[in-house]
Ligand binder design. Structure first.
Ligand code: SF4
Length: 57
């Protein structure tokens, strides 16, 4: 299920993934909600945003 793209930035979230459909100017996320994975991660590098969707260029 695709998450809704809103006209506001998700409070408290900075995201620099500028190839994502939800990314907005200033490095924000406009998704209604995000999910971070995986469970039992053991490092910063191991975690990432499961809501990422490639932007259509
Ligand atoms: S959905 Fe995830 S990857 Fe995409 S802009 Fe939001 S936080 Fe970044």
């Amino acid at each position: 299920m695709r998450i809704e793209k809103t006209d506001r930035n998700l409070n408290g979230v900075k995201c620099v993934v500028n190839t994502c459909y939800y990314h907005t100017d200033g490095d924000y996320c406009s998704a209604a909600k995000i999910e971070i994975q995986p469970r039992n991660a053991s490092s910063t590098e191991e975690t990432d945003c499961a809501t990422f969707t490639p932007s259509m260029k």
